[in-house]
Write a protein that binds this ligand. Structure first.
Ligand code: AMP
Ligand code: MG
Length: 319
């Protein structure tokens, strides 16, 4: 049985013993292990059913530890790290030779960030090694933003969730790589592209490639509920095409009045994209539990975190 506790002491004991622990971050919960333990990293892939070519993110306690993990770090990467760490920005950099192939999916690059969660930062302070962690969900499914989501997925296979409450950002980190020192976006995430552009000027986008994904978040179906999901700019119009099905609706700000709706999630009545992003996965988890025939999601404004929300909803619609 999984134990849900906020004991850093217990987490340290498990991790020092090559076991894995689910950790809270400001983005989503992770499934974490010692980056230098082949055994721990193998368990992460096995438990998550993650294909071995999909690399993990290395979590360090501060930018000072970056040179142990990465080499030949571009100036722009340091600029971004200084601006946004601790925070929801992952940098893909050339790896140091000490980093296990399993962590990087055999690539010569490594993904790294400093998470912004007090419990996990305190945990990292107690460890003599960084933690490798992908999101704590089975491959392809909705990411967990609460300890109970992790417990539902992994009650028999993970010994402990370090309970840090609901994740403040609620969507994965934004992933940036570098080509000739120029930043390239590999995955939209909970740091808005506009914020990155404000620091580095321009960024290239490269967020979708089904044949050779650079990051798993780039696969077109990912972050998906089990219930068939549709994305539309006009929920009312789409509802007209249904008659007897059980429909759940997910909208940004304004409630939709229609008798065909069985359940409705309004992500931010006050119209904050930051709030909507933080609520997205928890709302999808709730809708997914209701045995609906369809989830109809409303397309978000295509600015700031609205872009990230649309990206996740788009991937949730793929079969
Ligand atoms: P997850 O936390 O499950 O969303 O997975 C970690 C994310 O980091 C995935 O999308 C990975 O592909 C990405 N990532 C990790 N290492 C690399 C790398 N070397 N190059 C590109 N993306 C990476
Ligand atoms: Mg993931």
């Amino acid at each position: 049985m999984i134990s849900i506790t906020n004991s850093i002491y217990n987490a340290v004991a498990l991790l020092n013993n090559d076991q894995i622990v689910s950790i809270p971050t400001e983005t989503v919960y992770g499934l974490a292990g010692n980056i230098y333990s082949q055994k721990a990293i193998e368990s992460i892939f096995r438990i998550k059913k993650r294909p071995s070519f999909n690399p993990l993110i290395v979590h360090i306690k501060s930018v000072h530890d970056l040179s142990q993990i990465a080499r030949d770090i571009p100036e722009t990467a340091l600029l971004l790290a200084k601006a946004f760490w601790p925070g929801p920005l992952t940098l893909v950099l050339k790896k140091q030779s000490s980093i296990l192939d399993l962590v990087t999916g055999g690539k010569d690059t490594v993904a790294v960030r400093v998470p912004n969660h007090p419990l996990t930062l305190a945990l990292l302070q107690q460890l003599t090694y960084p933690l490798a962690a992908p999101s704590a969900n089975p491959f392809g499914s909705i990411s967990p933003t609460k300890a109970e989501h992790v417990a539902t997925y992994f009650h028999d296979t993970v010994p402990m969730v370090l309970d840090g409450g609901a994740c403040e950002r609620g969507i994965e980190s934004t992933i940036i790589g570098f080509e000739n020192g120029e930043p390239v976006v590999y995955r939209l995430g909970s740091l808005a592209i506009e914020d990155i552009v404000a620091v580095v000027g321009t960024v290239k986008m490269m967020t979708h490639d089904d044949t050779t994904p650079i990051a798993p978040g780039m696969l077109s179906r990912h972050y998906a509920p089990l219930t068939s999901t549709l994305l539309t700019a006009n929920v009312h119009k789409l509802l007209k095409t249904f008659s007897h099905q059980k429909i759940g609706v997910l909208v940004y700000q304004n409630e939709i009045y229609n008798q065909k709706i069985t359940a409705q999630e309004i992500l931010s009545p006050k119209g904050s994209l930051t709030e909507a992003a933080s609520q997205l996965y928890a709302a999808l988890h709730r809708l997914d539990k209701l045995n609906l025939d369809f989830i109809i999601a409303e397309r978000f404004p295509d600015v700031g975190l609205g872009k990230t929300i649309n990206d996740r909803l788009q991937r949730a619609t793929k079969k």
